[in-house]
Design a protein around this ligand. Structure first.
Ligand SMILES: [Zn+2]
Length: 325
């Protein structure tokens, strides 16, 4: 296990080296900066592993704290870079576009969620930077298709598609050693962020919950996630996350009550484990509103809430309830 930290980001990305027949398969990389790459080089030295022994680099998903160093590792090692087609489509669009995260297209969508201008401006400032943290000039060597793909050359590793956190997120299962490399799909304390945008499908949370149910039957002794720390209680943690979302869905319904409210109104009323709404900066508030949208989309799909559009803002009310503002 390697821990990579970027120059100016707090979070550490945990990367893993799995010994295969003809070399090492590395799971994930860190942000694209010299500090992260320096940590990687130093830790490989300590392990007595050279870059040339890394034969594969598998990216669990396209986010820059996982994909950022891919081109540097590929150049140093000749490793094959592997990721899922559905995430490559997003990454390619993200890095080839002149604007990161399609931020200009996202702003009207965010405004319609009821987010006030100062919060939008704060989010814009943070989200429009960060382009350099993505990999540059990357062309993956192997694009995974469909649900399950063998990876490496020992026959014991399988990449399993687990959409939700991103459309093409994959986890790696080692059936022989009962290890589960979970990327950002399952973390021990944080509930992985589900963040819809104007470009994503409206069933992200549904996909995420299905992806949890899909891997739950696997026989797992140890979960090796991309953040925080490894942990043993695989099914228990899945059940906790499922329970969290059930609870959040109830909180959202309670926050709507008999009124028409915006996603931002609701987000300001539910309880966040990152701390109280009042203490959140603009970026965290926008992310909290987007996570609330994921819950509203699921409730809408289940027929519990309906959209009540008015004066450019997306309001929601409980279905069957007469609207009162
Ligand atoms: Zn991550």
């Amino acid at each position: 296990m390697l821990g990579l930290r970027s120059r100016d980001k707090e979070s550490i990305t945990l990367c893993y080296l799995v010994e295969e027949k003809s070399g090492w398969l590395m799971v994930d990389s860190g942000y694209n900066d010299g500090a992260s790459f320096g940590h990687l080089r130093h830790q490989l030295d300590l392990l007595g592993i050279s870059f040339s022994q890394i034969r594969w680099l598998l990216l669990t998903h396209y986010h820059p704290d996982h994909s950022g160093l891919a081109h540097r590792i590929r150049a140093a090692s000749g490793a094959q870079v592997i990721m899922h087609q559905d995430d490559w489509d997003v990454l390619r669009a993200t890095v080839s576009s002149s604007e990161i995260w399609n931020i200009h297209g996202m702003m009207p969508w965010l405004r319609a969620l009821g987010i006030p201008e100062p919060e939008l401006a704060g989010f814009y400032q943070i989200a429009s930077g960060g382009r350099d943290l993505f990999p540059r000039g990357l062309e993956p060597d192997l694009l995974l298709q469909g649900d399950r793909n063998p990876v490496g050359d020992s026959g014991r590793l399988e990449a399993i598609l687990t959409p939700g956190h991103t459309p093409g997120h994959v986890c790696v299962y080692d059936s022989q050693n009962r290890l589960f490399f979970s990327g950002d799909h399952i973390l021990v304390e944080i509930t992985p962020h589900i963040s819809p945008s104007h470009l994503t499908s409206e069933d992200q949370l549904e996909q995420y919950l299905e992806s949890l149910e899909k891997v739950r039957p696997l026989d797992v002794e140890m979960v090796l996630p991309a953040h925080e720390r490894p942990f043993p209680c695989f099914r228990q943690r899945i059940d906790e996350i499922l329970e969290h979302h059930d609870q959040r869905l109830s909180e959202v319904v309670a926050a709507i009550s008999d009124r028409v409210v915006t996603p931002r109104d609701i987000a300001s009323q539910v309880e966040w484990n990152t701390g109280p709404w009042g203490g959140m900066d603009a970026t965290n508030r926008v992310l909290a509103v987007r996570e609330t949208v994921a819950h509203l989309q699921l409730l809408e799909h289940r027929g519990v809430v309906v959209r009540a559009e008015g004066d450019g803002t997306a309001g929601y009310r409980l279905s069957g309830n007469p609207a009162r503002s």
